[in-house]
Design a protein. Structure first.
Length: 346
């Protein structure tokens, strides 16, 4: 693979073999696996820190690996220790951060292979732990805001209001930062607890409304001319009628949560458009523009190093092992996590 780093034949990892509740000691287990070899466009990364997202527990709950060791984890930061023969963007020794691909093994392992086109150089001003909190949510937020909703970065003449649900969550907190820094929109976030409301304000929202109370009346108070955009991270089905009431004609909604069906007819009268955002689409379907994720992560790193964006890491649970990951999954499943939960080292 290379002669610069001493790469062992096997590595520690955390996996699951069957779908079990997070409080079951067998739901996530420590394993030893062969160290992977990079493909032609892959980099092999020595993982230094990871972050945990809802996708981790959703796959653990719903995808039964039939006894095989399935490794989760789609947020990581580390050092490139080997590269494939066709790699152009990175060299051995580069410090990187990325979210990976959901149809490949995850990064809850000491070494991990990932396509270079969806990897960015780690922000120089952040630790591995701080950087690991950012990739998945930054990509989701950037694609949702600037691709799905059609906002323009730096378009300070663009006025209006944006609603972000669960603005203190992982996606919500970086979406708020990007919207506040790169647009001139009024940013409204939902939160229901004092600590989450305070965090949302620190992340950049101008106004906080309580998602446990009817939304439309609260939105009318802080945005009397209506809202123009919605970034819906959760409870889209429950809130859709309120969005339709609060949105201006030709408004836009982007959603990231999961539903088999939604009553979209409520959006027709105002010609409101509805968009899905799924940051794995590019890697799953090997789209021609996969490298856009490399460019997005590069721009995010520059904004971090310029002091415009900050990490959303709020809690580190210690080394990457099964016990700590089970606790991280429990926190995610509670729905009460503020910011991002990370794990550091092996």
């Amino acid at each position: 693979m290379n002669d610069t780093y001493d790469i062992p034949a096997t590595m520690p990892a955390v996996a699951y073999r069957k779908s079990l509740p997070a409080d079951d000691a067998e739901s996530l287990v420590d394993v030893t696996l062969p160290t992977p070899e990079p493909g032609p466009r892959d980099v092999l990364v020595r993982v230094e820190a990871i972050a945990v997202n809802p996708v981790d527990y959703k796959i653990r709950q719903n995808v039964d690996p039939g006894g095989e060791a399935k490794v989760l984890g789609w947020d990581a930061a580390g050092t490139v220790v080997a590269v494939g023969g066709e790699v152009e963007l990175f060299s051995v020794g580069d410090e990187v951060y990325y979210a990976g691909a959901v149809d490949r093994p995850g990064a809850n392992s000491r070494y991990h292979v990932v396509d270079e086109r969806i990897v960015g150089r780690k922000p120089a001003t952040l630790s591995f732990t701080e950087a690991a909190a950012l990739p998945l949510t930054s990509l989701t937020a950037w694609e949702g805001l600037f691709e799905r909703l059609g906002l323009r970065t730096g378009a300070l003449e663009q006025t209006g209001a944006l609603l972000i649900t669960a603005a203190a969550g992982g996606v919500g907190s970086i979406t708020a930062q990007l919207a506040r820094a790169l647009t001139s929109l009024t940013v409204i976030g939902t939160a229901s607890r004092p600590e989450s409301a305070d965090f949302a304000r620190r992340m950049g929202v101008h106004h906080v409304v309580d998602h446990r109370r009817p939304l439309a009346a609260q939105l009318a108070e802080v945005a009397p001319d209506g809202i123009d955009f919605v970034f819906s991270t959760t409870a889209t089905d429950h809130n859709l009628a309120a969005y339709a009431e609060a949105l201006t004609p030709f408004g836009r909604i982007v959603a990231i949560d999961d539903f088999d069906s939604l009553p979209l007819g409520v959006l027709k009268a105002k010609s409101i458009s509805f968009h899905w955002e799924f940051m794995y689409t590019r890697s799953m379907f090997r789209t021609a523009d996969q490298s856009m994720q490399h460019h997005i992560l590069t721009q995010v790193a520059r904004l971090v190093d310029a002091g415009i964006l900050t990490t959303t890491a709020t809690r580190d649970l210690g080394p990457v092992n099964a016990a700590n990951l089970r606790e991280a999954h429990r926190l995610q499943e509670s729905g009460a996590a503020v910011g991002k939960t990370t794990l550091t080292g092996f």
